[in-house]
Design a protein around this ligand. Structure first.
Ligand code: SAM
Length: 242
């Protein structure tokens, strides 16, 4: 039987707590009752869990045996800050697809008012990611970084394989790059890929990526919206990295 999954806010060795919006939703909408069973991720482990007590502020669960859980995709996405409704839709979908980390990047062509407001949206973005992770039955949360300049974002990338999705690239496809790298490299499947803003990356930014060892790749002849490119890129990774 598939049980609904929650990601605990706090935990001890044998209990976990859901607070805030999660507790309110469980208490008011789902009318959770003591004795009800859920799957709960606590301290990075997926466990079967039994509701012990319910209030609108806190739901306490007793943790039972550990369950098998799929690992997230070892993919770090650098996504330029774009119009927030598009950014948030993309963020939700790449979380469902399993991205491990998402860095919002203030690109040269990110609109000024979005760049200024981005830092205040991070908590909302983390909430969106949490809901998408739970809904898609992930056993972990993607890390959502504070918005960074491109230089700072590049400095924070540890993945060996780095792919810049560039609509100007015509020869090298993301698919070939992933297949070649998978053959060439040992057991390190970590990967970073970057998606630019509505107006694309500037040539200086593209140059900076190259200097930092990023390979430029195409998703095909059509120009996709940034959020579509992010989702398509992640779906291809999820098919080829496994
Ligand atoms: N500057 C472009 C234009 O107006 O012609 C559009 C940029 S596109 C909307 C936003 C981002 O999506 C790009 O910077 C790139 O990262 C990614 N992208 C869109 N289509 C792509 C494609 N066919 N191949 C690779 N990346 C693509």
């Amino acid at each position: 039987m598939t049980r609904r999954r929650w990601i605990a806010d706090t935990w001890t060795e044998d209990s976990a707590a859901l607070v805030g919006d999660q507790a309110l939703h469980l208490a008011r909408v789902l009318r959770a009752q003591p004795g009800q069973m859920f799957d709960v991720v606590a301290n990075g482990f997926l466990r079967r869990a039994e509701v012990e007590s319910v209030s609108e502020f806190e739901v306490i669960l007793l943790l039972h045996e550990e369950l098998e859980a799929d690992a997230s995709l070892p993919v770090h996405l650098l996504l330029a800050v774009i119009k927030f409704d598009h950014f948030e839709w993309g963020l939700e979908k790449v979380t469902e697809l399993g991205a491990a980390r998402i860095t919002p990047v203030i690109a040269r062509r990110t609109e000024k008012h979005l760049a200024q407001a981005a830092a205040r949206r991070v908590e909302r973005w983390r909430r969106i990611a949490r809901e998408a992770a739970q809904q898609s039955r992930r056993s972990d949360l993607p890390e959502i970084d504070e918005p960074l300049s491109l230089t700072a974002a590049l400095a924070g990338v540890s993945a060996k394989r780095r792919l810049l999705l560039a609509e100007t690239e015509q020869e090298h496809t993301i698919e070939n790059a992933l297949r070649q790298k998978a053959v060439n490299e040992d057991n390190d499947f970590s990967l970073a890929f970057a998606v630019g803003p509505e107006g694309g990356w500037t040539s200086e930014e593209m140059q900076l990526f190259s200097e930092n060892g990023w390979q430029h790749v195409t998703l095909g002849p059509r120009i996709l919206r940034a959020e579509t490119a992010a989702i398509a890129g992640l779906a291809i990774c999820s098919a080829l990295l496994r």
